[in-house]
Design a binder for this molecule. Sequence first.
Ligand code: SF4
Length: 302
Amino acid sequence: MDKQKMIEEINRLKKEKNAVILAHYYQEGSIQDIADYTGDSLYLSQIAAETDADIIVFAGVHFMAETAKILSPDKKVLLPVAEAGCPMADMVTDIRLTNYKAKNPDRVIVAYVNTTAKVKALSDICVTSSNAEKIIKHYKNDKLMYVPDKNLGAYLKEKYELDMEVWPGFCCIHNDLTLEHLATAKAKYPNAQFIVHPEAKLDLVHKADFIGSTKGLLNYTIESDHDEFIVGTEDGIIHTMEVNSPNKKFHILSDGLKCYDMKLTRLEDVYLALRDEQFEVEVPEDIRLKAFEALDKMLKLS
Ligand code: SF4
């Protein structure tokens, strides 16, 4: 089937089955273009919580589809590529977190949304990179443990002077960025501003003209008077930045800024997911209820 025919079929199936397609900003541009909603984890989880659709096709990675299922248990949630995961989410397991909690019962567990449902179920509250700064202020006087991203954790800890331990996980895409990458890009594009996601290491974050979540970076490029940017986050967002600011220039900080798992989804996978209703994501109800509490608390404070 050619691309145009496949897009028509996807649109027909969406209507027929009352389905909605959510796509993360890190998906390929062609997937973002056919989605009903494109956004970051926070926005997409809000959409998942509110939608009237019977089927949610989540073009993203497993923890995102799982989050949609936790928030919308009556919907059928489909992940177009069953094996699309997030290496960072797998760096904290429910067993290890249970052990940590037993030894540190006084610490409030703050979980990045990039975690499994089981880990969310063991946590007091979730955050995304869009709302982490806002939410963490409510816990300023608590003893905290932040899981699993050591870089975002270190950024929050330093900025808000928190009594916070940080799990040693990381995003293999952002964590690989170095000061050398920045020096090379700056030499090539001396007039560009450097903007970065706080999943990058702190030494690099300290050099940025602007630090923000994927959505935060996007908004900054739209609103800023500057017209050229070196972008330190996954390269899928460049597509959206270019669509929103066609007269501005965007340079990815490193060619390595491609999330392998996010880039697994093809148009055909979305089509097949819809046609065959395949790769449904399920969460056991006892886990879902506990994970829901942590997510719901986050959504209320967002
Ligand atoms: S970009 Fe990093 S945090 Fe996001 S899904 Fe990929 S590995 Fe996980």
